[in-house]
Design a binder for this molecule. Structure first.
Ligand code: SF4
Length: 63
């Protein structure tokens, strides 16, 4: 599975970080940074919850 970010949409709101800070971090530039784009299968539930928490639909999961 792969985390995909639409950087044109991300507003740095940080919901994803609060759901899964192991993978998502919002920097001072108000953009999300992904620590690991390819999470292991065991983290799918957590990553999916974070992806679905984004209010501007900037995140998606491939695979
Ligand atoms: S929740 Fe969405 S808008 Fe907020 S930092 Fe994450 S990707 Fe960006």
């Amino acid at each position: 599975m792969k985390i995909v970010v639409d950087r044109d949409k991300c507003e740095g709101l940080g919901m994803c970080e609060s759901m899964a800070h192991e993978y998502f971090e919002v920097d001072d530039d108000d953009q999300v940074h992904i620590h690991n784009e390819n999470p292991p299968e065991e983290d799918r539930k957590m990553v999916l919850a974070a992806v679905n928490s984004c209010p501007v639909l900037a995140l998606s999961l491939e695979g």
